[in-house]
Unconditional design. Structure first.
Length: 103
């Protein structure tokens, strides 16, 4: 039996909204794609294939302790002007641009 403190809204095609004492979960494809907004302050995004973020303005990331990015094979960042940072699976780092400044 499901918890009476949790409210569900689910459609036959597999999309579901779950409101529980722990937080809010929105899922699609029977949980293959999921967003969790939890009362402990965490936000989790899950996707089987890809997550895309697109804005016309800026994306700002700030972490008081650590910002961590992990790519199973590679990490690639590129600017619209052509500069790029590429980390490959062997541990090599390639920095490309018109000018590269290092302190």
């Amino acid at each position: 039996m499901k918890d009476p403190a949790t409210k569900y809204l689910k459609v036959i095609s597999g999309q579901e909204v779950n409101l529980s004492p722990k937080g809010i979960v929105v899922q699609c494809c029977d949980g293959v794609v999921r967003i969790e907004v939890l009362k402990n302050g965490k936000i989790n995004l899950y996707a089987q294939n890809e997550i895309q973020i697109a804005v016309k303005g800026e994306i700002n990331m700030e972490a008081k302790r650590m910002a961590k990015m992990l790519g199973g094979k590679t990490v690639y960042m590129k600017s619209a002007k052509g500069g790029s940072l590429y980390l490959d699976k062997k541990g090599n780092i390639t920095i490309m641009g018109v000018e590269t400044h290092m302190n």
